[in-house]
Design a protein around this ligand. Structure first.
Ligand code: PMP
Length: 442
């Protein structure tokens, strides 16, 4: 018998890490081999010392946890309720292939060369119209096409933030935004989690710290599904206008409403030119398109164009061309109607399952829209501990700490209901129940 027992999962994960870093090659049905690069004949004493050359880097404590989650995703039979993704079974791939086949010949070959940094002109025009139909009146020179909204977060931060500048966020909020602000040296001020929008705390921050930017997800916030009411939106705009505060409105989820239509965007109320509106097709269609867009004041858009030029010159032409056809042919609206129905059911099934099996052990609100249910553990169990146990049972989620700029919160976690059908959701929640049951006994 061995002295140290390592579980099979840990060993598999370790090998996957080694493979990812290029140290080993896994040959299916044959075995695992040390990569040629690291065999003795090839190793020299003059290898370049990369770790010493890399510039200092600010790593959030969650980065390694998240990459471990990604690795554990590849294990067979694991139900992942972590990543916030649409269900891949409903990606409209057939329609995209049909559009590709039908229209490819009609395309001007020059459209496959470089295009303007701000994006494929017909799509920019289509997006401007789409925004108009949602109450955001703007000219197309106030719109830029992006490679996903993550790029919009980064470019906005690049355009505005110098190390030491203050940025306000609501907590909990989207991890990817927190990481970008921190990586660029911003000092983060947090608005606490509350039923209402804490306008008086915001005003205090504005008077004291003169922050440049407020980042918020007003509709169906990732991770807790919160919505800023219409009255609060109006008062927020008034306050921001008074203090000349820029607001970055991140809006990936407002199309996924399962009850009433949500309040109109902050951008549609913007009377001082300070709201930067950001959205994406990653949730409404498919993340691999890598397409998002921003609507903002032309002065900011011009600077964003410059920053984007440094990074990728422009977003992928083929995706932009296909997306433009998809929207113009009326497929987007139909797709959204279908997906709202599907996700509404999944939300109901997950909320019912949590209510019946875990009512006393967890607190949560079924959200009115979006992709997530945000839970609080009522037992003396931390969410990271629960995740370890849950992974053993074959289910995963994101621990709450990932959505805060500071460490400390350890009783909350996020479940995503969009990715799987009802049967899988039920199985996932039953595994979660077992994990909590096991920890309570221990
Ligand atoms: N903002 C929010 C609030 C998100 O939830 C996400 C995706 N999880 C993004 C931005 C980034 O999305 P993408 O870059 O795929 O458009």
């Amino acid at each position: 018998a061995s002295l140290f027992k390592v579980s099979r999962t840990t060993a598999i994960n370790a090998y996957r890490h080694l493979e990812k870093d290029g140290y080993v090659n896994i040959k299916n049905g044959s075995g695992t081999y040390v990569s040629d690069r690291y065999t003795l004949e090839n190793r020299t004493n003059h290898e370049i010392p990369w770790p010493q050359l890399l510039k200092p880097y600010i790593q959030s404590s969650m980065t390694s946890l998240m990459s471990e989650l990604m690795v554990s995703n590849v294990l067979a039979d694991k139900i992942s309720l972590d990543a916030g993704m649409p269900d891949p079974n409903y990606y409209p791939i057939d329609i995209f292939s049909k559009l590709h086949k039908d229209y490819l010949k009609a395309l001007d070959p020059r459209d496959f060369g470089h295009i303007p940094i701000h994006g494929y002109e017909p799509l920019r025009h289509t997006i401007t119209q789409l925004l108009g139909s949602e109450g955001i009146k703007c000219h197309s020179d106030e719109v830029i096409i992006l490679s996903g909204s993550q790029q919009g977060l980064y470019l906005t931060a690049r355009a505005l933030i110098e190390p030491g500048d203050y940025v306000i966020i609501q907590t909990p909020t989207y991890l990817g935004a927190i990481q970008v602000f921190q990586a660029l040296g911003a000092r983060i001020l947090c608005l606490p989690q509350r039923e209402d929008f804490p306008l008086e705390i915001l005003e205090d921050y504005l008077a004291r710290y003169r922050p440049k930017l407020l980042y918020c997800i007003p509709t169906f916030r990732n991770p807790n599904g919160a919505v800023i009411t219409t009255g609060e939106r109006k008062r927020l705009i008034q306050l921001a206008a008074r203090y000349r505060l820029a607001i970055l409105e991140d809006d990936p989820y407002s199309n996924f409403y399962y009850e009433d239509v949500p309040p109109t965007s902050l951008k549609s109320l913007d009377n001082y030119g300070g709201v930067i509106y950001l959205s994406t097709f990653s949730k409404t269609l498919m993340p691999g398109l890598r397409l998002g867009y921003m609507a903002a004041h032309p002065s900011l858009i011009n600077r964003i164009i410059l920053e984007k030029q440094y990074i990728d010159l422009h977003s992928n032409n083929i995706s932009q061309w296909l997306l433009d056809l998809f929207i113009k042919n009326g497929y987007l609206e139909k797709h959204l109607i279908k997906m709202r129905g599907i996700y509404r059911n999944r939300r109901n099934v997950m909320a019912d399952a949590l209510n019946s099996g875990l009512k006393s052990k967890l607190s949560f609100h079924a959200p009115q829209g979006g992709f997530y249910i945000w839970c609080r553990i009522n037992e003396n169990i931390s969410s990271k501990k629960l995740l370890q146990e849950a992974l053993k049972m074959g289910v995963s989620f994101v621990p709450g700490e990932a959505f805060y700029a500071t460490t400390g919160e350890d009783k909350e976690f996020r479940l995503c209901f969009s990715q799987h059908d009802e049967k899988v959701i039920l199985e996932g929640i039953s595994r979660l129940e077992k994990a909590i049951g096991k920890l309570k006994k221990d």
